[in-house]
Design a protein around this ligand. Structure first.
Ligand code: ATP
Length: 448
């Protein structure tokens, strides 16, 4: 069973490299521990995931606005937020092989010398756990000194708290309202692993939703369910998702409730996103430390109050990995097996591939014309005239392209193409002028 699980992850890693989703970063120099580069299809996949998150969380709502704050902030920010003192993981060393592991995730780690064993069960003796700060340090300006120390942000959320007043006043918002941002975060993880699931440089999608304290519980329930349905609406199988409420002992000292939205990865259940009640902890701390009161003035009660905060915080890379793993199927057909990614059409990196049936009789020219028209209409397209048509279909199935459009003799005579749908493999004759509308309609009605 364990072997099967490992090999499924290997299949995903190898497909990612072969088809250009994800590459090992600095590969020609032997790679750098758990940093990855996204290739042409990976970058499109990530862009779709970010667009889908942004549309649903920001553009389609009146009560959430966006922000793009700096990665480098004043070093006081991270002292006040508690990250300098407390953003640590417990680390243990193996006295035999000198490997370093996260003490609270030992069951996920493997002994580098005996990969079938968990560290500590391989006869190596582990040290007592000690705290390891996960923040990357750097220096601002030409002189390296204690006063020039700065940190690469370990989360995007603090940039939102710092801009609470700027955004509220400039966008004329009032609680309940949210500020969302997507951006890079950096953590010097002790044991990175499982491909892009745990990296040292990754992208987060976070939203701080500021509410009157009395509405805290209602909004917590709302965001927990809204964030879970976002995944299933975009095709993730519901049986692979679960919401796990944190036990009291797991909660941060300022949090009244927190849950993890978890996915069942090939390596087991893992956190995909967290939804946390952060109370007024961050606004209060930054108000006290900066001397700027980060409060809302309620014109009705004529009182200032600190809103409470509900925070859905997800990782774009984990989302992209989840869409990839969840979409993958080796489907047994009558004569062979096809590899197919059942992406939601709005998540698929390529929406339409256009093929001439054969490379003659004006078909390539017509196919290029149609491809260019669809591209101008806003679709991400791909043109392919190499190999037999069946092989071209298979190549697109393997990267999850929902529609393949084939130009044949009838196209030239009657202006009709054959549109082949990825999941059902059904083909339909569609007038060229209706192809774009046909795809938009199919996107809207898509079901896993
Ligand atoms: P974990 O317990 O897995 O270390 P966390 O609880 O520290 O995660 P949060 O601080 O809640 O994570 O960050 C919010 C989200 O950011 C996570 O749910 C995850 O999707 C993403 N994330 C966090 N750390 C990483 C990482 N090292 N690599 C990729 N994504 C990450």
């Amino acid at each position: 069973m364990a072997k099967q699980k490992t090999s499924f992850m290997d299949t995903i890693v190898s497909l990612s490299k072969r088809r250009g989703f994800v590459f090992q970063a600095s590969e020609i120099y032997g790679g750098l521990g758990n940093t990855y580069d996204y290739g042409p299809l990976g970058v499109e996949l990530k862009r779709r995931v970010k667009d889908a998150w942004w549309r649903r969380t920001v553009s389609q709502r009146l009560d959430v606005v966006g922000l793009d704050s700096a990665i480098l902030q004043h070093p006081r920010v991270w002292e006040v937020s508690g990250h300098v003192g407390g953003f640590t993981d417990p680390m243990v060393d193996c006295k035999t092989c000198k490997g370093r592991f996260r003490a609270d995730k030992l069951e996920d780690a493997r002994c580098p010398e005996k990969p079938s064993k968990v560290p500590g069960q391989c006869h190596g003796e582990l040290t007592e756990p000690r705290s390891f700060n996960l923040m990357f340090k750097t220096n601002v300006g030409p002189v390296e000194s204690a006063s020039s120390v700065a940190y690469l942000r370990p989360e995007t959320a603090q940039g939102i708290f710092l801009n609470f007043l700027n955004v509220m006043n400039s966008a004329r918002m009032k609680p309940p309202f949210g500020i969302a941002q997507i951006g890079k975060s950096f953590r010097n993880e002790i044991t990175p692993g499982n491909f892009v699931f745990r990296m040292r440089e990754f992208e987060q999608a976070e939203m701080e939703f500021f509410v009157p304290p009395a509405e805290n519980d209602t909004w917590y329930d709302y965001w927990r369910s809204e964030r879970s349905s976002w995944y299933t609406d975009f095709g993730i199988r519901p049986e692979k998702l679960r919401v796990r409420e944190h036990e009291g002992s797991e909660l941060a000292h300022y949090s009244t409730a927190t849950c993890d939205i978890e996915y069942e990865y090939p390596f087991g259940w893992g956190e995909l996103e967290g939804v946390a009640c952060r109370t007024d902890f961050d606004l209060k701390r930054h108000s006290e430390a900066s001397g700027t009161e980060l409060a809302y003035f309620d014109p009705q009660t004529k009182e200032h109050y600190m809103p409470y905060v509900i925070e859905p915080a997800g990782g774009i890379d984990r989302m992209a990995l989840t869409f990839l793993v969840d979409a993958y199927e080796e489907e047994e057909l009558e004569k062979d097996t096809r590899v197919v990614l059942h992406f939601h059409p709005e998540i698929a990196p390529i929406t339409a591939a256009v093929f001439p049936l054969v490379k003659k009789d004006g078909m390539p020219e017509k196919a290029r014309e149609i491809e260019a028209e669809l591209r101008r209409a806003g679709f991400t397209t791909f043109y392919d005239e190499k190999a037999a048509i069946g092989r071209r279909y298979r190549r697109q199935d393997e990267v999850g392209t929902p529609y393949c459009i084939t130009v044949d003799g009838d196209t030239l005579a009657e202006d009709v193409v054959t549109v082949r749908e990825r999941d059902s493999m059904q083909q339909e004759r569609v007038p060229v002028s209706e192809a774009a509308a046909w795809m938009r309609n199919a996107n809207e009605n898509w079901k896993r």
